[in-house]
Design a protein around this ligand. Structure first.
Ligand SMILES: NC(=O)c1ccc[n+]([C@@H]2O[C@H](COP(=O)([O-])OP(=O)(O)OC[C@H]3O[C@@H](n4cnc5c(N)ncnc54)[C@H](O)[C@@H]3O)[C@@H](O)[C@H]2O)c1
Length: 335
């Protein structure tokens, strides 16, 4: 399969390295509005460079594109790709508004190509293990959960990017950019069926510098469980996000490859998992390769990729609901 990458910034290098490693995939072209970036990728990985996605798709025959651009461009670029006959694998977040979600759903409905969403942390060994523990019934029902992300993002991270920190281009801050994975994992591990969300946002350390939040606290309610979610990018370091599930028979704490089960009889069980080496920043996790491989295996086998818009819609609605709640001061019903 012939593949192109659109947007040649930080995360694009991770996609390029994964694609170069996987067999049967031929990385043939790159586009970036900063042409020197597309040229640098073409020189490093081989292929042709373009100054826009439209030009690339007009000149090249490709089977799929990877969208690695700023958030506000994800939906329009994915719609363009799907309506121009290519499969689309897109970085998170797939949308930044309900209007974009409607547009993307419409494009998916009318296209014969697949749309894959890069929620690579669902392939983390800790998440897979926790899902197994829950499915085995040993843990019992989930009564509550918490997901906590405390990371550091300083002024240059926002001001030097040209898009981060702008509500119009980033669509939000700590939640939509850094912590969407942890919200998604908490939601996925509980059961995907949040009933309502009540959230607040704030900005503690980059007030007046960025328009978006550097802190969100969201209280999410499920039919049989409550979950709380906290995210901030105003911390001094980037520790592993914590996801904890308070179950009938044990509390399961997941911190990347470390799982601790606090049994109700007082025993503590540590499970140390082994992960693959990742590409790029360690806090991105090492799931890109598995996620990308699964996407192309699904296309080759003509089966639906598991992380498509249908599967991920409830996470997207939870994220949009949390922002709406923070904006309006109201609890937002999700089901
Ligand atoms: N899955 C993850 O864990 C993860 C990690 C990091 C980033 N991301 C996501 O990846 C995306 C990109 O983030 P980044 O950190 O690489 O940003 P970045 O700013 O480093 O790169 C974005 C690139 O897109 C280019 N671009 C902008 N407008 C364009 C256009 N119209 N056409 C073509 N290229 C254009 C920019 O010039 C830049 O080179 C974001 O959505 C981000 O949330 C995901």
């Amino acid at each position: 399969m012939r593949i192109a990458i659109i947007g040649c910034g930080s995360i694009a290098a991770t996609h390029a390295q994964c694609l170069k490693k996987l067999s049967g995939l031929d990385l043939v072209a790159f586009a970036d509005i900063k042409p020197e970036r597309a040229i640098a990728f073409a020189e490093k990985y081989g292929g042709n460079a373009y100054a826009s996605m439209e030009e690339l798709l007009a000149q090249e025959t490709v089977d799929a594109i990877h969208i690695c651009t700023p958030h506000y461009l994800h939906t329009p670029m994915a719609v363009y790709g799907l309506t121009h006959g290519v499969h689309v694998f897109m970085e998170k977040p797939p949308v930044i508004s309900r209007e974009q979600l409607r547009e993307l759903k419409e494009a998916v409905k009318t296209s014969e190509r697949q749309l894959g969403l890069c929620f690579q942390n669902r392939y983390n060994p800790g998440v897979i293990k926790a899902k197994e523990l829950l499915a085995s019934g040993k843990a019992g029902k989930i009564k509550g959960a918490r997901g906590i992300v405390t990371w550091s993002r300083t002024k240059p991270y926002y001001t030097e990017s040209g898009w981060r920190g702008s509500l119009e281009m980033e669509g939000g801050g700590a939640l939509i950019n850094q912590s969407i994975h942890t919200l998604d994992l908490m939601h996925y591990l509980i059961n995907d069926k949040a009933v309502k969300v009540d959230a607040v946002i704030g900005n503690h350390h980059l007030k007046g510098i960025i328009e978006v939040e550097d802190m969100m606290s969201a209280y999410v309610t499920y039919p049989e469980a409550v979950g709380c979610f906290y995210a901030t990018t105003a911390y001094s370091a980037n520790p592993a996000p914590l996801i904890e599930l308070d179950c009938e028979n044990m509390t399961i704490r997941i911190e990347e490859l470390n799982i601790t089960c606090f049994h109700k009889n007082g025993e503590t069980e540590h499970i140390q998992l082994v992960g693959k080496p990742g590409y790029g920043k360690s806090y991105w996790g090492a799931g890109h390769e598995d996620c990308i491989l699964d996407f192309y295996d699904s296309i080759k086998a003509n089966r639906r990729f598991s992380l498509d818009l249908d599967t991920m819609e409830s996470t997207i609605l939870l994220m949009l609901g949390a922002y709406e709640s923070a904006r309006t001061g109201q609890e937002i019903k999700l089901l």
